[in-house]
Unconditional design. Structure first.
Length: 130
C-alpha cells in the first residue's frame, strides 16, 4: 500500500473480506494489523467528513510542526507526531467472522490510517477459526 500524502485513510474492507472468503473460515476471528509504527487500522464509518474531522482533530492535538517540539525528531526523523497519532488512534482491529463473513454493525468498515505516508507500507491479515 502507498498513501500519496502524509496523512490519509484507505478503506480496506473489501480486501479483508476477500481474504476471509479465500481462507474458507466460517466461524472465527480476523486480525488486521498495519505492520508500521506510524500507521493505524481502525473501524468506523466510510464518510469523508468524518475522515477530515480525524485529520483536523489529530493535527490540532498532535501537530506535525514545528518538528523541533518532538524529541524523537532529534534523531533526524521528522515523524515524532506520527508515532503519537498512531498510539492514540490504535494499532489494529480484530473482527468476528460469522457464516464466512466479517460480522459488522451497519456502517462499520475497516480503514488503514496513515500518519507518515509517501512510501510503501504493508498490512497483515491473520485469520483463525474453522
Amino acid at each position: 500500500m502507498n498513501v500519496p500524502s502524509r496523512i490519509g485513510f484507505v478503506n480496506i474492507t473489501d480486501d479483508v473480506a476477500r481474504a476471509v472468503t479465500d481462507s474458507g473460515v466460517r466461524e472465527g476471528l480476523c486480525l488486521v494489523n498495519p505492520m508500521h509504527i506510524t500507521a493505524s487500522v481502525f473501524i468506523n464509518d466510510d464518510e469523508p467528513g468524518l475522515h477530515k474531522d480525524y485529520e483536523r482533530f489529530f493535527e490540532e492535538l498532535v501537530p506535525h510542526e514545528p518538528i523541533g517540539q518532538w524529541r524523537h525528531n532529534d534523531t533526524g526523523e521528522d515523524n515524532g507526531d506520527a508515532h503519537i497519532k498512531r498510539q492514540l488512534m490504535g494499532r489494529d482491529v480484530v473482527v468476528a467472522i460469522t457464516g464466512g463473513k466479517l460480522d459488522f454493525g451497519t456502517w462499520e468498515r475497516i480503514f488503514y490510517g496513515e500518519w507518515d505516508g509517501l512510501r510503501p507500507k504493508r498490512v497483515l491479515i491473520k485469520i483463525i477459526g474453522e
